[in-house]
Design a binder for this molecule. Structure first.
Ligand code: BG6
Length: 539
């Protein structure tokens, strides 16, 4: 397989779904042009869309179908993940339609119904329809209610109607419950597809394959062998032009109850009885419910918040968060969070799960690190156990997708010296890199009716339940030290202290080896420069 770069095709995924139409609310927005259209086009190129297919874009902008086709043809040149092939683009473009209207206006939904009839005549889409809410979250309840009232969510004659909701699912526990209630009033839970785009990432899906398709890791995947787990989602970018949204969200809401807790559920869950969506969701939900609620008096100790000041990243000066567009000059919105969570079950009792995420950190890196316990005894002269680097399994989600396992090896030579080395698997070495937006599999699954990679209502509520105590305490006690980390650093000092208190430290998110107990820095090259862990001598 080495060196091959497969396309996303029927061979790599499967057969195209049956005839259907897709209605995108928010067709004039960023998500549509940057992700959804390029992803749908990639599916089209790979012959993974049905022949009988149409997209109806819906937005407030007063375009005609012709305008929409022209604009989309311009946008794809900028946002396609690979070469745009004119034949497949023409096929795709002829299936684009547009409707302008106000999402709260019942008239719009009559027009949608008529348009669904028209595309059925033009493209034989039948009655199946996927409604995608690529809108601001304030419109989620509005659109769901209008769809329901207009009868567009009814599934008559064996036809399916599904609604895709993009995160955020609420902004705290009460709002998530209320959104779920509204959705349940008009839709059956099986019609709802809650997208968390992290689950579209290959390496995230691979966590399950790695754990449950291999016999050797599961026996050590528990409190007997694992010392702790670290999850880092570091971003180099700042808040960019999303200050308006981000001011009300902050790092905790934006990243934790969704992306990071999804990573934690896949890492910590019990083996499901099958890969049926319910079986997987049940196990994920158990993990979420087992997250120990942080007592209010412990929140400031176990949850660290930070906000970036100005600084330098890759030699470039960048402004402070408070100087970004649409951000208040005295904003107390966190752009960094680090937490210590515990999962109260037999597998993970007393194993801390440390997580951190932030904007304007030194590099973009999403990693899960499983740090194993040190060996109980080391039979090398002059070497105490605490001089041995613990084994680490690092699952790199992005940008370098792969898995590596570090272990101690003898450095060649007449004296016994130990050094940490890595066994590395890089996705690109084996499978090439498939150009993708991350939405292809998710959109394909929605059309196929496979909800495994989507979030169930109870999962969303369990996730918010885990973070709600932190939101409450942080609201009651606003930070007094913001900004407390310079852009280009690894966050506030308190995030290091969070682990130091427990005698641990963060693994630097850049490439390299686990931090060494003897304080030496290491070369990724396991050869000559790796410092010894033992004193020279014979065993
Ligand atoms: C989004 C957040 O859900 O995920 C953004 O709203 C964040 O703030 C983004 O930047 C990160 O996604 P990715 O795929 O770039 O890691």
């Amino acid at each position: 397989m080495d060196g091959n770069t497969p396309e996303l095709t029927q061979d790599t995924i499967g057969q195209p779904p049956g005839p259907c139409a897709m209605v995108i609310f928010g067709a004039g927005g960023d998500l549509t042009k940057r992700k959804l259209i390029p992803a749908l086009y990639n599916l089209a190129k790979g012959k993974l869309l049905p022949e009988q297919f149409a997209i109806i874009g819906v937005s407030i902008e007063p375009y005609s179908t012709e305008d929409f086709r022209k604009r989309t043809t311009e946008d794809i040149k900028q946002f396609a993940t690979g070469m745009v092939d004119m034949n497949s683009w023409d096929w795709f473009n002829q299936r684009l339609y547009y409707l302008s209207g106000d999402f709260g206006d019942a008239e719009l939904y009559k027009k949608i119904e008529d348009m669904l009839g028209k595309v059925d005549v033009d493209q034989s889409t039948g009655g199946n329809c996927l409604f995608y809410l690529a809108t601001s979250p304030t419109f989620f309840p509005v659109v769901v209610e209008q769809l329901g009232k207009a009868g567009l969510t009814k599934q008559d004659d064996g036809k399916w109607r599904r609604v895709v909701i993009e995160k955020p699912f609420g902004h705290d526990l009460p709002s998530a419950i209320s959104l779920n209630k509204c959705v349940a009033k008009f839709l059956d839970e099986t019609q709802v597809y809650r997208i968390d785009h992290y689950l579209g990432k290959e390496t995230v899906q691979n966590i399950l394959a790695f754990r449950f398709a291999n016999g050797i890791f599961e026996p050590v995947w528990n409190r007997r062998y694992v010392d702790h787990v670290q999850v880092t989602v570091a971003e180099e970018l700042g808040v960019e032009l999303r200050g308006g949204y981000y001011e009300g969200a902050g790092a905790l809401r934006d990243m934790v109850p969704n992306h990071i807790l999804q990573l934690i559920t896949l890492t910590a869950m019990e083996p499901p009885i099958s890969f049926d969506a319910h079986a997987v969701h049940d196990e994920q939900t158990k993990v979420l419910r087992a997250i120990q609620p942080i007592a209010p008096e412990k929140v400031l100790e176990r949850a660290v918040r930070g906000q970036y000041g100005e600084g330098t990243i890759n030699g470039k000066h960048v402004p402070a968060y408070r100087a970004e567009p649409q951000v208040a000059p005295n904003s107390v919105t966190p752009t960094f969070v680090a937490l210590c969570l515990h999962i109260d079950n037999w597998r993970w009792a007393d194993v801390p799960f440390y997580l951190r995420t932030g904007k304007r950190l030194p590099s973009r890196a999403t990693k899960i690190v499983i740090r194993f316990r040190r060996p109980p005894f080391v039979p090398f002269r002059n070497t105490s156990v605490d001089k041995i680097a613990p084994n680490e399994l690092v699952i790199s989600i992005q940008p370098d997708e792969g898995i590596s396992l570090s272990f101690e090896a003898k450095i060649p030579g007449p004296v016994v010296r130990l050094g940490a080395v890595n066994m590395d698997f890089q996705y690109s070495d084996y499978f090439g890199s498939v150009p993708s937006t991350g939405y292809e599999t998710l959109l394909y699954d929605c059309m196929m009716g496979d909800p495994t990679l989507f979030q169930r209502a109870d999962m969303v509520e369990a996730s918010w339940t885990a973070v709600q105590p932190i939101l409450d305490v942080w609201k009651a006690l606003p930070p007094r030290d913001f900004p407390n980390y310079p852009a280009g650093s690894w966050g506030p000092e308190a995030a290091n202290e969070l682990l130091r208190r427990d005698g641990r430290e963060w693994r630097d998110s850049k490439a390299g080896h686990p931090p060494r107990p003897d304080g030496h820095s290491e070369s990724p090259d396991p050869g000559a420069k790796t410092p010894p862990t033992t004193q020279p001598g014979k065993p």
